[in-house]
Design a protein around this ligand. Structure first.
Ligand code: SAM
Length: 226
């Protein structure tokens, strides 16, 4: 009998956002597959748990086969990332795909995700949206991506790092036109901030003050064609 791969969401900032099933699942798992074992060790210490860990991140995806072999041999594994929902702009997508291909049972332990939390608080339409993840650091690819989605009428969700934010806002203004944006910064943390403005308003703001912290950008869709 194979074991189970548990896909375990962890808090995106505030440890009080830990669903009770998360602690129970870590406690019951035979081992933990973690994006960064040092980050997850802190979480396990917070929960008072000690577990064998394997690293599973962008440059260690080859560990996936060993993880699956252990699950096929009957062990259960709790997969987690540094914060939020694994597999969403985080390692795990391939592992879950391989489980599906090898008929290995998978169970999700849901919890916080930065994208959905930001969408909910953005004040922009939520009935239709598309998660676009991170834009490429390569400007040509970034511009191509923005041109591809420029006519989409649903709300758009992006993850962005603070040091790239100003370039991203400039490119968005150039390709998408001046739209409404909610910059959701440091959600659930001490310096949480929701800035509801436009691309030009955000650029104006960051001329005086450099962006800091983690951001999700929620952007209104294109206007309906006349
Ligand atoms: N899988 C995670 C999730 O579902 O929440 C996201 C992981 S992705 C590698 C990290 C990005 O998520 C950050 O660069 C930032 O854009 C966003 N993010 C994570 N935590 C955040 C927070 N507390 N506030 C705002 N954005 C956050």
């Amino acid at each position: 009998m194979p074991g189970i791969l548990y896909i375990v969401a962890t808090p995106i900032g505030n440890l009080d956002d830990m669903p009770p099933r998360v602690a129970a699942t870590f406690g019951a798992a035979d081992f933990v597959a973690a994006e960064d074992t040092r980050v997850t060790l802190k979480l396990l210490n917070h929960l008072g748990l000690k577990k064998p860990m394997m690293s599973y991140y962008e440059h260690a995806l080859h560990h996936g086969a060993a993880i699956l072999d252990r699950i096929e041999a009957g062990e259960s594994c709790a997969l987690c990332s540094d914060a939020g929902m694994p597999c969403i702009s985080d390692p795990g997508e391939d592992l879950v795909g391989l489980c599906a291909a090898r008929d290995i049972p998978t169970v999700v332990i849901p919890g916080p995700s930065a994208a959905i939390s930001a969408l909910a608080v953005s004040g922009l339409p939520t009935s239709r949206f598309c998660f676009e993840g991170f834009l490429s650091t390569n400007r040509k690819n970034r511009m191509e991506h923005l041109h591809q989605i420029s006519g989409d009428q649903h709300t758009l969700i992006f993850y962005e790092a603070p040091h790239k934010l100003i370039y991203t806002l400039q490119d968005m203004l150039e390709v998408l036109g001046d739209r409404r944006i909610a910059l959701c910064r440091e959600l659930t943390k001490l310096h949480e901030e929701i800035i509801r403005t436009t691309f030009s308003g955000a650029l104006e703001r960051y001329r005086e003050k450099s962006p800091r912290g983690e951001y999700v950008l929620i952007i209104e869709g294109a206007p309906e064609p006349e």
